[in-house]
Design a binder for this molecule. Structure first.
Ligand SMILES: NC(=O)c1ccc[n+]([C@@H]2O[C@H](COP(=O)([O-])OP(=O)(O)OC[C@H]3O[C@@H](n4cnc5c(N)ncnc54)[C@H](OP(=O)(O)O)[C@@H]3O)[C@@H](O)[C@H]2O)c1
Length: 283
């Protein structure tokens, strides 16, 4: 059966990327992962977000194959972890990712976290080389601060498409988002539901009620209604997987956008691992 919603694309610098992707981190039951990824594709997702670190690449490949969709119709993002920031390790990681997924290329390859112990030129060189070799159609970074992003844009020989950062209704990220926009980069929002923290919010609940939507849908809509953003929520039930792309055919008013933006004062940073966090830009 044809899906009732196919997630629309966002166009950035001539690249078209589906606005909502399916996040694949933290699958508690790996044996169900391929089934859920297939289910997401069948219900209208066309964008999957994985990483070497998540251990989900095998299931992403299996889910894509089981969906029967053409490779060209699905956007796949993967990431190289900071332990593999040296050029040789980086190349090995990309080759392993592709082999594990059974793919010839990814649509987007990201440096997962900055690695201060390795010169950035070396990692960026390996990232750009993956693009030149046709292993990645687009390249970018993740969890980069303003200073790191300025440096990466200046030093990378190939254009970067995005910075994937934590962004949701409970965290202000104005500085890093302004830097993304200054460089013409897409803002990919990870942890867009604050790992579930926003779904009980009373303000979101009130707005949701007036649109006959759920709080999760309002939290995601608020993100994608901002310029140059895409979101990659993760859900483990088919009903929530479906719910998270049912975001079209309604708009939040400027007043509602402003109300949700006000929630960011909580400043809740969820992804903040002590071993690899950079000095975040506050505000
Ligand atoms: N680049 C990076 O460093 C980085 C870091 C973290 C995450 N990511 C990416 O971002 C993706 C999303 O992040 P995340 O998985 O940590 O958090 P998330 O998407 O913000 O939140 C997932 C949580 O929200 C719940 N949820 C999902 N849809 C819901 C709905 N419609 N109603 C109510 N609750 C709902 C889920 O419940 P259930 O568990 O019951 O499904 C889960 O507990 C990851 O999977 C990964 O692809 C990237």
């Amino acid at each position: 059966m044809a899906p009732s919603i196919i997630v629309p694309n966002r166009s950035v610098n001539g690249v078209r990327i589906p606005t909502v992707g399916y996040g694949t981190m933290l699958f508690p039951e790996p044996q169900r992962a391929a089934e859920l990824i297939q289910g997401a594709l069948e219900c209208g997702y066309r964008h999957i977000d994985t990483a070497r670190k998540y251990g989900s690449e095998e299931w992403v490949g299996a889910g894509i194959r089981a969906s029967g969709l053409a490779r060209k119709d699905i956007w796949v993002t993967t990431k190289v972890t900071e332990e593999n920031a040296k050029a040789d390790d980086f190349k090995r990681s990309v080759d392993t990712s592709l082999k594990t997924m059974g793919l010839d290329y990814v649509d987007l390859l990201l440096i997962h976290w900055p690695q201060p112990k390795i010169p950035m030129e070396e990692t960026l060189g390996a990232l750009a080389q993956a693009k030149k070799d046709g292993l990645a159609k687009n390249i970018g970074v993740s969890n980069f601060t303003v200073a790191l992003l300025d440096e990466a844009v200046a030093k990378c020989s190939e254009p970067l498409l995005t910075n994937q950062i934590e962004y949701h209704a409970y965290i202000r990220q104005d500085k890093v988002m302004a830097a993304c926009r200054k460089h013409g980069l897409l803002v990919s929002c990870h942890v867009p539901l604050a790992r579930g923290a926003v779904v009980k919010d009373p303000v979101l609940r009130e707005i949701a009620k007036s649109h006959n939507k759920t709080t999760a849908q309002i939290a995601l809509k608020w993100l994608i209604q901002q310029a140059d953003t895409v979101v990659v929520p993760r859900a483990l039930s088919m009903s929530q997987i479906r719910e998270n792309i049912d975001l079209y055919g309604f708009e939040l008013s400027p007043a509602e956008m402003k109300r949700v933006s006000g929630l960011r004062e909580r400043n809740l940073r969820i992804v903040d691992p002590s071993v690899r966090r950079p000095v975040w830009d506050e505000g």
